[in-house]
Design a protein around this ligand. Sequence first.
Ligand SMILES: [Zn+2]
Length: 302
Amino acid sequence: MLAPEVEREALLAVHPPAHVEAIERLSARGGGPIDLDTVTSAGSYDAALHAAGGAMAMVDALAAADGPQAAFSALRPPGHHAEPTRAMGFCLFNNVAVAARRAIAAHGHARVLILDWDVHHGNGTEAVFAEDPAVLFCSIHQWPLYPGTGAASDAGRGAGAGTTVNLPVPAGTGDDAYTSLVEHVVAPVALAFAPELVLVSAGYDAHRDDPLAGCRVTERGYEAMTGAVRRLCAELGDVPLGMVLEGGYELGALARSVAATLEVLAADAPPPAGEVPVHPVAAEAAARVARDWPAVAGVSEG
Ligand SMILES: [Zn+2]
C-alpha cells in the first residue's frame, strides 16, 4: 500500500485541495450526506483515499519492469462520477482519473485509454479529461439515465476535441450490442489513438439483474468485453491493462461478473476472437464517431 501522503499528493492531480479538504473535514466530523445518493461516514475519507491509492498502486505495479500485464483493483467507493470539485453518485474522488494522471506524471505514458463500461455515464472522468488530448475517454452507458450527461454529441473540447467518445445505448441493451461496441468501435479507435496503457472503469451495473438500471448484460458479456480488451492490448504491442471497479448493485451478479473478468485477465493469453456480428447500435455509433476517427468509417451492420 502507498503511504497516505503519497496518495493525497496524487489526488491533487485531479482534485483541488479545497475538495480533498472538504471530504476530510466532513469525515472528521463523523460524516453526513453530500447529496441524496452520496452519504459519508467517519471512515469515508480514509476509504476514498485508499481507493484512489489502490488504483495508483495498480498503475505503479503495471509500470514496473517485472510487473503484471493485467490487473484489477477491487476498490470501493467507486469514482467515475466524482468531478474535480464535486462528489456525487456514491463517488468522492475519481479513482480512474487519479490512476491515469499517475501513469502520465510518474511513468511517462504519453497516451492513456479509459474505457468506462459502467451503465452510468462517467461524467466525472469526462470532466477531468474533456480538454486533455493525452487521455481518450470512451464510455458505453444507458441513456437517458443518471447523471444525464454523456450525449453522443459530446466529443471533447479544445485540445481534447475528439478524445471523448460517448456511446449511449437504450435500456434493454445486452451482450451483443455491448460486445460489438467494444470490438467494432472502441478497439479501432483505440488502435488509431495508440495508448501506452489501457484502463477500464469496470462497473457491473449494466447486468440484467442489477436494480439500478435497465440493461441486460450477463457474465458472458463481461467475459467477452474483457477478452476484446485483452486482444486490443496485445494488438497495441502488449500494453498493460488495469481495471478499477465502479458500480454493481446486485451482489450475486457482481461477484459472478467480476469472477468472469478475472478469469480472462488471469489467462496466459487473450482468448481467440470469435465472430461478433456488427450490431445496429455499433453501426450507428461508428457512422457518427467516424467524423473524428476515420478508422471506424467502414463499420457497417452485418
Ligand atoms: Zn454505475
